[in-house]
Design a protein around this ligand. Structure first.
Ligand SMILES: Nc1nc2c(ncn2[C@@H]2O[C@H](COP(=O)(O)OP(=O)(O)OP(=O)(O)O)[C@@H](O)[C@H]2O)c(=O)[nH]1
Ligand SMILES: [Mg+2]
Length: 423
């Protein structure tokens, strides 16, 4: 799917299945991309996150076309602390936990040399263009080889290494296209940062990112003097800056996974490595949907609420309970939350129209929760709500403290904010 059609595809899906979320998502639009070699559990993780039912199978390339879905990150809702009953409009509140929608993309698996087109790799890499952060999914059980075929004792550290290289080479391929011409123009016009950002704009890479990567590497002022190695380093640095990544060590329920997870954590100290069992999370969510259990996502435990379970279902649930006791959780929600809160450095704020009732004009208490970048100001938030409100911004009110704040006030996680604008 080319980029334009893919983008329309995403919009189409959101417009028709999540009409209410559309405006909000188009404002924030931080997309999480699930990336990894074939057969590691990307689609299982996607289904667990989105409660969709895309194909899952124990062979490579089950997924060919990207799957796009809505998942939720979770954070304590202020309704609890303020002892209020909230009526969320753009999100959900379950037992005092706010669930905020985010977008997740599951793509086909990547094999070594994907950037050269192996296994249709260049097409699949293209499907990741718009992602703002990646979840690098690996098979921690070591039961799949580099191409996703069943094997024994495969080292998932190798998978992370080759995947990082493929992503770097993918960016390098786009960056180095017509390089001599670009470097000459950049030198003549003294605007290489802008030229590179334009070349990489389809990858969601900004001028800021380019500037910061060039500074980090202390590259020569004259881009015509940059060697191939410099360009490769630039691609790698840009990947690190613009596509932050978390590692999901999946299939953690397998007995062989523990040892591999330890090694992944030791080898990739700069990355957040989270053991996950997509399969167990999916089983829990489906059991809950079928009315068999109540899944307590705070305590990471469940209660059986149906008396029509058969012996096999009971045994499976007991196995899951043991797993949760041993590992604390399935790791799936942690991947989502840490991707947005830690990798993308986002916070949650609650715009209201009545600072005393914490509500909108219709009386909905804490109606909206916005996921925004740390550093977002009161005026930025006004613009996210509506251009006109941004243009006519006068001041804002911190509803908890009933205190006025100015346009440049940097929002804090959990802030409840009223924007006051000229009529
Ligand atoms: N034990 C275990 N198996 C899992 C887990 N997650 C996925 N699997 C199994 O791994 C196999 C591959 O799962 P998929 O979700 O299709 O993997 P994928 O990465 O999307 O594969 P491709 O689309 O082919 O790239 C299936 O047999 C899943 O049941 C897990 O957490 N634990
Ligand atoms: Mg798949």
């Amino acid at each position: 799917m080319n980029e334009k059609i893919y983008f329309i595809f995403i919009r189409y899906k959101i417009r028709y299945s999540h009409n209410k979320l559309k405006k909000y998502l188009s404002e924030t639009m931080a997309i999480l991309g699930l990336v990894g070699k074939p057969n590691v559990g990307k689609s299982t993780l996607f289904n667990a996150m989105t409660e969709k039912a895309v194909d899952i199978a124990n062979y490579p390339f089950t997924t060919i076309n990207p799957n796009v879905g809505i998942s939720y990150i979770t954070t304590p809702c202020p309704c609890k602390e303020l002892n209020l009953k909230c009526n969320p409009q753009n999100s959900k509140c379950i037992d005092g936990i706010r669930h905020i929608p985010v977008e997740v993309v599951d793509v086909a698996g990547l094999v070594p040399e994907a950037h050269k087109g192996k296994g249709m790799g260049n097409k699949f890499l293209d499907d990741l263009r718009q992602a703002d952060a990646f979840v690098l999914v690996v098979d921690a059980s070591g039961k799949t080889d580099l191409e996703g075929n069943p094997t024994e004792n495969h080292d998932p550290v190798e998978d992370v290494k080759f995947l990082l290289k493929e992503l770097d080479m993918w960016i390098y391929g786009i960056l180095s296209k017509n390089w001599d011409k670009l470097a000459r123009r950049g030198q003549q016009q003294k605007n290489i940062v802008k030229i590179i950002a334009e070349q990489l704009s389809g990858l969601n890479i900004s001028e800021e990112d380019v500037k910061s990567a060039i500074n980090t590497l202390s590259l020569d002022e004259n881009p015509q003097r940059w060697r191939e190695e410099d360009l490769q380093n630039l691609a790698g640095t840009l990947r690190k800056i613009s596509k932050p990544m978390i590692i999901a060590a999946n299939k953690a329920d397998h007995p062989d996974a523990m040892e591999n997870i330890k090694r992944l954590k030791e080898e990739f100290k700069d990355y957040i490595v989270i053991p996950t069992s997509a399969e167990i999370e999916l089983a829990l969510r489906r059991a809950e949907k079928a009315g068999l259990i109540k899944y307590d996502r705070v305590k990471n435990d469940f209660e059986i609420v149906s008396d029509s379970l058969n012996e096999a279902q009971r045994n499976a649930l007991e196995y899951i309970r043991e797993y949760l006791k041993k590992y604390g959780s399935t790791g799936v929600q942690e991947v989502l939350n840490r991707a947005y809160f830690d990798l993308l450095d986002m916070i949650v704020v609650y715009p209201v129209e009545d600072e005393n009732k914490y509500s909108d004009k219709k009386g909905n208490v804490l109606p909206d929760s916005f996921l925004v970048k740390k550093g977002t100001t009161a005026r930025d938030l006004a613009y996210m709500i509506h251009t006109e409100i941004g243009d006519k911004f006068i001041y804002a009110i911190d509803a908890r403290k009933k205190m006025r704040v100015g346009a440049d006030y940097q929002l804090k996680d959990g802030d409840i904010i009223k924007i006051v604008s000229a009529k």
